[in-house]
Design a protein around this ligand. Structure first.
Ligand code: ADP
Length: 719
């Protein structure tokens, strides 16, 4: 009898077995319908095998679906990713089929002339319509082309002179032309493109770090590598991953300019029907270049030759809701499975990637200077102890003076503060109470634009109360500390005539508004932009010459594993925005602790010194990239159930060497959305089979259904 293991979209650790009816030919990757209880589910065949004399009464596969099979590489990747992250393989498979769950695009209705029918009467407007109707057009386009009202069109349709035809939504993906508009690369860029091109042509898995300051032409270099991939193999496919949707438009335009054809776009902002088309285009090989967010890794490429992860250091590649995975790490895995070239590009590479490059596991391509005459901005620490801002102000006299000069020259300032809203804490002057979210351990953040207090963790919000909820005092609630809105208020009061704007996820909630604000900044319609990290990456603003970092100490206070690394990267990215070819830039960092080693290495522009120091500390502690971590987070509505589950886990830790388990302890955020949280942390030496240990451990414990366990392999958040 023939049996198929089928991945179904459920939180179960393994595939389910089904009998294969004699008349069905099934292979790995095929999509099938299988019964589960009273339902039929979409499943993916993981494997088929012959069994002899099984007496189990297996249910049978109901049908093979017409949808395309997942190519072998995509199948291997899905199962690898599930094993690596300890996630249910069926849920990983569902990620890979996500595009298909969207509705079919609706056909467009267009109008064509029926030559057999003459209009009952001829007017100038009608004649204009018939002259314009040389090809199928929508009613609106036809009215516009002929310069007539919709009524004229409708009259002709009613008479049968124009007839309706349904045209299926555009599914053709224009072919990129590698020779369309190549750039003249400088020597460093050409050497990098050459190395990448050779790797692509040779085939096989080859990972690279493409390491160069902002503006050095990393994008130029990897687009050239994409061109080589496309011209070397007429079926080659290329995937370029970006950390933020806000960055995709600029890259799509550059790809279109370079190849004469726009790439396919894939992220949560793309409509369902369009995603379905892209999915189909990718699996059929018609889509050659995809620009997308981390989930694009799960697309069914049959012939992926090159994967680029741009801004590879960016924490946004880590997905923490639902399936927990790191897009950069999975990109390397997909490259390994597909035998593809992988390019990790950054001006501030992650320590993980740098360690791999230093050890020779990754090729290391360096672009040393900015392209052309552009130079990096000069960087200076402003010691706030020597010259502090006024009371309840956040900009020091020196920074204000530099802003005034910059504005007078017609140039732009970016004030960087990685804090949304008006004030991070609201305090009662009468009793000292700090307002917290009702169901979560976090301060409520005041937002003046919306007049609400917001929990940034869960999105909970409420109007600002008139009285202190603790002591009842009236008018006693005071904002403490600055957010971007408060800094903007200060800028407005200092420079009432300057054009200011705020760039944060509150003011640019979607890709379209981000694009609009970026364009206004690029076109010089903004004098001072106050921005969170949303604006710190990747954008080119030619008139931006001054970057002021409002609180350079902010990230250093967090104190988790990557606090120093993140701060270094963020500040380097933020300050790297200033100055272009003909206008040198300056970056001023306000700090109360100018002697801090992270700020010292930044000011000296000495990335290597920072990396050396940080790596020494990580190595001594056996932390990533020299060791590995995994977090187990237990949560539930009842504290005692969570405690018991934590005790159960702690009591069943398998013996293991060169591995330690810490906890259970209350999570720093011990209450989120009304759920109690406890954490355990596992540290292991690099060569320990961490996943194997976790699997063995979890297999020993049966947790109650009231407690949820989240496994986070290689955690980035320690909350
Ligand atoms: P990065 O990706 O390293 O930040 P980009 O590739 O975006 O750098 O290049 C920065 C700017 O310099 C862009 O406007 C780009 O068009 C320009 N540039 C870089 N290299 C070249 C080149 N070889 N020829 C022309 N323009 C270039």
């Amino acid at each position: 009898m023939k049996v198929a293991s089928v991945l179904v979209p459920l939180p179960v650790p393994e595939a389910f077995d089904y009998a294969v009816p004699d008349d069905l030919e099934l292979a790995r990757g095929d999509q099938v319908a299988v019964p589960l209880g009273p339902r039929l589910l979409r499943g993916l065949i993981s494997e088929t095998r012959e069994t002899t004399g099984s007496n189990r009464r297996l249910k049978a596969v109901e049908a093979k679906l017409d949808d395309p099979a997942l190519p072998p590489g995509a199948m291997d990747f899905v199962e690898w990713a599930a094993r690596w992250t300890l996630s249910p393989p069926g849920e990983m498979a569902a990620m890979a089929l996500k595009g298909l769950r969207a509705p079919e695009p609706k056909p467009t209705v267009k109008l064509v002339r029926d030559p057999a029918v003459e209009p009952a009467r001829a007017t100038a407007a009608r004649t204009a319509v018939l002259e314009a109707a040389t090809r199928p057009l929508t009613a609106a386009d036809l009215a516009r082309a002929a310069g007539v009202s919709g009524g004229v069109i409708k009259g002709l349709v009613d008479e049968g002179v124009l007839t309706r035809v349904e045209v299926s939504a555009a599914t053709d993906f224009p072919s990129p032309d590698p020779a369309h508009a190549p750039s003249d690369l400088n020597a460093d860029q050409a050497a990098a493109a050459q190395a990448l091109g050779a790797a692509v042509a040779a085939g096989g898995f080859q990972p690279f770090l493409l390491d160069g300051v902002t503006g050095s032409g990393k994008t130029e270099a990897y687009l050239e590598a994409a061109a080589r991939a496309l011209s070397h193999d007429p079926a080659a496919q290329v995937l370029i991953l970006l950390p933020e949707i806000a960055l995709t438009q600029a890259l799509i335009q550059r790809v279109a300019a370079r190849f004469g054809a726009a790439p396919a776009e894939w992220h949560s902002g793309v409509s369902g029907p369009r995603r379905r088309q892209v999915w189909q285009g990718v699996v059929s090989g018609r889509v050659r270049i995809v620009v997308g967010a981390r989930s694009a890794l799960f697309l069914p490429f049959p012939n992926l030759r090159l994967i680029v992860v741009d801004e590879e250091h960016d924490g946004s590649f880590k997905q923490e809701d639902g399936l927990v995975y790191h897009g950069r790490d999975l990109a390397v895995a997909r490259g390994m499975i597909e035998g593809a070239t992988v390019v990790l590009a950054s001006a501030t590479p992650s320590l993980e990637t740098l360690a791999n490059a230093r050890a020779g596991r990754y090729g290391w391509l360096r672009l040393k200077a900015r392209h052309g005459a552009a130079v990096l901005p000069t960087l200076e620490l402003l010691d706030l102890r020597a010259a502090p801002p006024e009371r309840d102000r956040w900009l020091s006299p020196r920074l204000v003076a530099e802003m005034a000069e910059t504005w007078a020259r017609g140039e732009q300032t970016l004030l960087f503060l990685n804090r949304r809203g008006y004030a991070p804490v609201v305090l009662c002057r009468a009793c000292g109470h700090r307002l917290t979210a009702p169901d979560t351990d976090s301060w409520l953040v005041e937002h003046r634009y919306t007049g609400r207090l917001v929990c940034h963790l869960t999105g909970f919000s409420m109007p600002k109360p008139a009285r202190c909820p603790e002591c009842g005092a009236a008018d006693s609630l005071t904002p403490v500390g600055p957010g971007v809105e408060r800094v903007e208020e200060e800028v407005r009061s200092l420079f009432p005539d300057a054009r200011t704007a705020v760039f944060s996820s509150d003011t640019v909630p979607d890709a379209a508004s981000a694009r609009a604000l970026i364009e206004r900044m690029r076109d010089g319609e903004i004098d001072v932009l106050v921005a969170t990290q949303a604006a710190a990456k990747g954008h080119n603003f030619p008139r931006l010459t001054l970057v002021g970092v409002v609180d350079a100490d902010l990230g250093l206070r967090g104190g988790d594993l990557r606090a120093a690394e993140r701060t270094f990267q963020l500040l380097m990215q933020a300050t790297g925005r200033a100055g272009r070819a003909d206008r040198p830039g300056r970056a001023l960092l306000q700090t109360w602790t100018p002697e801090h080693p992270v700020l010292q290495t930044l000011a000296a522009g000495d990335r290597d010194a920072f990396v050396d120091a940080e790596l020494v500390e990580r190595e001594a502690a056996g932390l990533p990239p020299y060791g590995r971590l995994a977090a187990l987070i237990l949560s539930g509505e009842k504290a005692d159930a969570v405690d018991r589950a934590a005790g159960l886990l702690a009591g069943s830790i398998p013996n293991a060497e060169r591995l330690e388990v810490y906890g259970p302890a209350d999570a720093p955020l011990a209450l989120v959305r009304g759920r109690r949280r406890k954490r355990l942390l596992v540290r292991a030496d690099r060569d320990v089979d961490l996943q194997g240990f976790l699997r063995a451990w979890l297999a020993r414990v049966k947790l109650p259904s009231s407690v949820r366990l989240t496994v986070d392999v290689d955690p980035y958040s320690f909350l």
